[in-house]
Design a protein around this ligand. Structure first.
Ligand SMILES: NC(=O)c1ccc[n+]([C@@H]2O[C@H](COP(=O)([O-])OP(=O)(O)OC[C@H]3O[C@@H](n4cnc5c(N)ncnc54)[C@H](O)[C@@H]3O)[C@@H](O)[C@H]2O)c1
Length: 318
């Protein structure tokens, strides 16, 4: 199979690229390297079945040309950082919604019909049902990021209906693991390197979140695509547990041998659009035989170990 991975140089995308190559697929990674890292493709570049296109999804001509001869698109490129959504109100619209439309149009131009999409648990906003199933009624959106991802889901399902596409939509919780470049473990580790005595915590530290290890995330994507065959297939991807931000701080500081005082910014949210409790019902993907291999604590510690071994990543991301 010839796979096209948008965001293929990113945290999750580059992991997916390596796994696709391992299973024998040909892979084209398409990425503008805005947050992705060329270094994450070192392993992939050893394969003759891999090629890389450095270009932007907003460049429709380059995108359509790069997609020639492809069987399936894994659309992972996007603005992945929820926190700054109100600072740049156009960014999520452009990088998540319009970019997704461009991907769908390039597929149409090239006769490609299968798409997997990295959506997010953020689309549930402050969900009325927890653990939240895929069928949960949609509440009011609370972030521009979530709204832009939900719009992307809508476009994909409309292309499935209108043009005979087949879609697999994955609503991820926060992902952890090797090549992690953004998120709470990144922020806490960076802050603790700068000041091991004191740690600023956004919110009250009592936010409850679910997390998933990146290799488990990729395995779940493969499981769903091999076993679910509806025109539109929607799956929550997460682990069967959640923790408080305070638990995570405890695990991180213990592993680093530190006991900083904690300075809480206060409030039950870390930022506008933060969801104080994210915990997804993953019965649907589990029914296909998938199970995560790491607990949240194990995934957090593995992420920390990888960051410690790759401190250059901290310098490359603000
Ligand atoms: N990491 C998480 O916890 C998480 C959770 C839910 C959903 N997601 C989604 O999964 C996807 C991957 O996230 P990630 O954590 O790997 O983030 P990431 O920032 O590492 O990856 C995104 C990649 O897309 C590329 N990119 C961004 N805009 C582009 C554009 N216009 N044209 C071409 N390339 C572009 C970036 O350079 C980067 O390599 C994103 O769509 C994100 O919203 C991530």
């Amino acid at each position: 199979m010839r796979a096209f991975v948008t965001g293929g140089a990113g945290f999750i995308g580059s992991t997916l690229v390596d796994r696709l190559l391992q299973r024998g697929d040909d892979v084209i990674a398409y990425d503008n390297l805005s947050t992705g890292m060329d270094e994450f493709l070192t392993e992939a570049r050893k394969s003759l079945r891999f090629s890389f296109v450095k270009a932007d999804l907003l460049d429709e001509v380059a995108l359509a040309a790069a997609m020639s001869g492809v069987d399936v698109v894994f659309h992972l490129a996007g603005n992945a950082d929820v926190r700054f959504n109100t600072l740049h109100p156009r960014k999520d619209l452009e990088q998540n919604t319009i970019a997704t439309h461009n991907v769908l149009e390039a597929m149409r131009a090239n006769g490609v019909k299968k798409i997997a999409f990295s959506s997010s648990g953020s689309i549930y906003g402050e969900a009325p049902v927890i653990p939240t199933p895929e069928t949960c009624p949609f509440p009011v959106q609370t972030s521009l990021y979530g709204a832009s991802k939900l719009a992307g889901e809508g476009l994909i399902s409309a292309y499935c209906e209108g043009f005979g596409f087949q879609g697999w939509i994955f609503r991820f919780v926060s992902i952890l693991g090797e090549r992690y470049t953004h998120g709470h473990v990144f922020d806490f580790y960076k802050k603790l390197l700068a000041n091991p005595q004191e740690l600023e915590v956004l919110g009250d530290g009592k936010q409850r979140k679910s997390y998933l290890y990146v290799q488990d995330c990729v395995s779940a994507i493969f499981t769903a695509m091999e076993n679910a065959d509806d025109p539109v297939n929607v799956f929550n991807l997460g682990s069967d547990e959640y923790c408080q931000v305070n638990d995570s701080i405890g695990w991180i500081t213990e592993a680093l041998g530190l006991s900083p005082s904690r300075l809480y910014a206060g409030g039950n949210k870390g930022w506008i659009g933060d969801n104080p409790f994210i915990y997804l019902d993953t019965a649907k993907i589990r029914a296909l035989g998938w199970n995560p291999t790491l607990t949240i604590r194990e995934a957090i510690l593995r992420t920390l170990t990888d960051l410690e071994a790759n401190r250059w990543i901290l310098e490359r991301r603000p």
